[in-house]
Ligand binder design. Structure first.
Ligand code: ASP
Length: 339
């Protein structure tokens, strides 16, 4: 029988109502999980429960919490066959992306899940999300960081939260689901990640300064000038379509050149959930290319942010980081020569 470590980090699934709205309630949730008969039913894996402290609404998660979750998995890696992480939905895709980079050579399932409605409420989706995640982790077929939510298993670093009130809260528009859970759990094995490293290792992230700029019509680039300092290590620019930006008004190019001189890595992602950035498609994107920005290709902004943290935690040389940003290291992007 496989053994799973169930880690509660916070989020709606384990919250109860307070006068200020829903808040994590560790004591309630621990008891509720211990009394859930389905988790002890025949065919379910054996499991141990633990919680990180403090339990958080995931909007309050930061690099420190990612490091704590990653280290907890690393410390327990040899003791368990898989890990299920209960997490708030708001930043679940960021944490899943971060863990995918932190955990190199992963050869066991790490499944993040949570719920839109707390477990304490009658219509909660938490029960199925938790039970099915435990089954998937117990089966041990998929050996990567995933999100299971609302009947689908997705690659963590390809996922994004797409709904704040629907039960199918996540999607991975640029990558097919790894499994779907109807009457049967059907795996899409050709889509699984096969780790290139044989040895498992964990790398904590350095809390380096990183920025995200979302482009919009009428953007006044000069307002962002003060952001471009030597302190800033990386920026993700969320552009239109395949990597297009409005007229530079003579401001953006000098700004980008300054960023380049400072060694800031500029990564271009798209605001379209389903897209591949190619800055040479339109003249409106060529400026970014000229300024030395790297293409995030079909990476989510969540994955690009986590990847920047990861690469700045292992390298100092911006050229080395730029090189790796455009390459697939954990299944987070489709490399040009792979298309
Ligand atoms: N605010 C909550 C969180 O992300 C939302 C949720 O869990 O669905 O922690």
């Amino acid at each position: 029988m496989s053994r799973i470590l169930l880690i509660h980090t916070g989020g709606t699934i384990g919250m109860t109502k307070t006068e200020n709205g829903y808040q994590p309630d560790g004591a309630y949730f621990r008891k509720a999980v211990e009394h859930m008969d389905s988790l002890k039913a025949e065919g379910m894996p054996a499991w141990n429960f633990m919680e990180t402290s403090p339990l958080l609404d995931s909007s309050r998660m930061s690099v420190a919490e990612w490091n704590l979750i990653g280290k907890t998995i690393a410390d327990n890696y040899d003791l368990y066959d898989g890990f299920v992480i209960l997490h708030g939905t708001d930043t679940m895709a960021y944490t899943a992306s971060a863990l995918s980079f932190m955990l190199k050579g992963l050869n066991k399932p790490v499944i993040l899940t949570g719920s839109q409605i707390p477990l304490c409420e009658t219509r909660s989706d938490g029960r199925d999300n938790l039970i099915t995640s435990m089954m998937i982790a117990g089966a041990g077929k998929v050996k990567e960081v995933c999100i299971y939510f609302g009947g689908v298993l997705l690659r963590g670093n390809r996922s994004a939260k797409i709904s704040a009130d629907g039960m199918q809260a996540f999607a991975s528009p640029n990558y097919p689901p790894l499994a779907s859970a109807g009457i049967f759990i059907q795996y899409n094995e050709p889509a699984f990640l096969h780790s290139r490293s044989t040895k498992f290792s964990y790398r904590s992230f350095r809390d380096v300064p990183i920025g995200v700029i979302k482009i919009f019509p009428g953007i006044q680039f000069d307002l962002y000038e003060s952001l471009i300092t030597e302190k800033l290590k990386g920026i993700v620019i969320e552009t239109f379509g395949s990597g297009n930006i409005p007229d530079d008004r003579g401001v953006l190019l000098p700004m980008l050149n300054k960023a380049k001189e400072n060694g800031t890595v500029i990564t271009v992602c798209s605001q379209c959930p389903q897209a591949t950035v190619d800055m040479s498609t339109y003249e409106a994107g060529s400026l970014l290319k000229k300024a030395g920005a790297v293409s995030g290709r079909d990476m989510t902004t969540e994955a690009a942010v986590a990847k920047l943290y990861y690469l700045f935690s292992i390298y100092d040389d911006p050229h080395r980081i730029k090189f790796s940003m455009e390459r697939d290291i954990r299944g987070e992007l489709t490399q040009k020569d792979d298309i």
